[in-house]
Structure formats: C-alpha cells, structure tokens
Design a protein around this ligand. Sequence first.
Ligand code: CA
Length: 228
Amino acid sequence: MRILIVEDEAKTADYLCSGLTEEGFVVDLARNGVDGLHLALEEEYDAIVLDVMLPQLDGWAVLSTLRARRQTPVIMLTASARIDDRVRGLSDGADDYLIKPFSFLELLARLRAILRRGRPQEATHLQVGDLHIDLIKRRVVRGKTRIDLTAQEFSLLTILVRRQGEIVSKAAIASQVWDINFDTNTNVVEVAIKRLRAKIDAPFSTCLLHNVRGMGYVIEDRSAENIL
Ligand code: CA
C-alpha cells in the first residue's frame, strides 16, 4: 500500500512517515501543496494524508484540483475543530478528516478503514474511441477485433487510457509499469510503446496513441475533433 503524506510541519511529517513505514506502508512525503498535488496526480497512491494549512497551495486547493481528475481516498488533517472545516472537507470530496493533535493509532485506524472501503467508484470498463478495455476480464477489443496483450502491455495501455487526453511522461510510465526510476539511457518505455502501437493502432485506420515529442505520450480519439 502506497501512501502520500502532504504536511509541512517537519515534526508531524517525520512522525507520520516513520510510523506508517513501520506499519508496512510505502510512504512518500511532500512538504508543500504544489509538490503534493504534483505527486498526487503523477503517481499512484492508495490513499493521501493531506494537511489543510500548507505553503504555496493549501489543502483545499490541492483537494479540489485532485478531485477533478482522481478519486484517490484523502484524509484531511485540520488544526481547527470548527465544524465548518469538517463539513467543507467532506463536501469537497475528502473521505475523512482528523483534528490535530491526533494520535497515530487513530490515524492508522481511519486510514485502514478508507483503504478497506476501497474504491467503489472505480471503473470496470475503460474506453477511448472504438477501443474498449474490460478491467475485470482483462480483455481489450478495438471495433470488433479482440486484441491480445501481455500483462505489461495491458498495464501500459490502462495507465494511458485512465488519463486519456493527458500527456503521460516516460518517467511516470516507467515508475508505474516497471516500478523503476526513469533512466534517460534506457529505451524500455519506447520499445514497449512501439509494441503496443503495433497491436492497438497499426491494424486499424485511425491511431489513438500519439507521441508528444520530448514530453511523453497521449492516448486520445482525435477523429472526434475532426467532426467538430
Ligand atoms: Ca501545516
């Protein structure tokens, strides 16, 4: 389970990081709202612990920008016991909140509860253009043609389709598909993209997977733009 902590106070951050690491979580830490939002959008987390009072971008702004694109469970940390803040947090899409000071055990219990709840809103099917992915059966169909993908190709495709229309960097792909930090000397991502393209695009009249030079890859149905 991978957790992102967004907290600027060193003491609280260290306490949370070491506690959660000891409990077996993989923990990333961001010390301001901008870094926190960037990580929350670029990486895959099972849950996010988000402080409200943060430098650069506060927790509310991080939450609302995040929610426009992702449903990662969020626990807000608030120093205020004001009911307004609690109501605001939950209505803005937080899954839970804790009022500081809180005990580590309470945080752990709340975190485990939201992780158990899972993501009921998680899609079982994804679609881009005439390409359909059944996430349960792990089956890919384009038009009426069934496409057989390796486990790695399937994972690469779903990462791109979940973020269709957005440029996904090679580094983000490398870290999510292979769990490696991107090394500029490796062309592992390019090779994988090439193989995927040969299966999902080459046999068909329109391409869905596009290169964005120097930035990464985007999957989208551009035929719709021509109609408009
Ligand atoms: Ca703070």
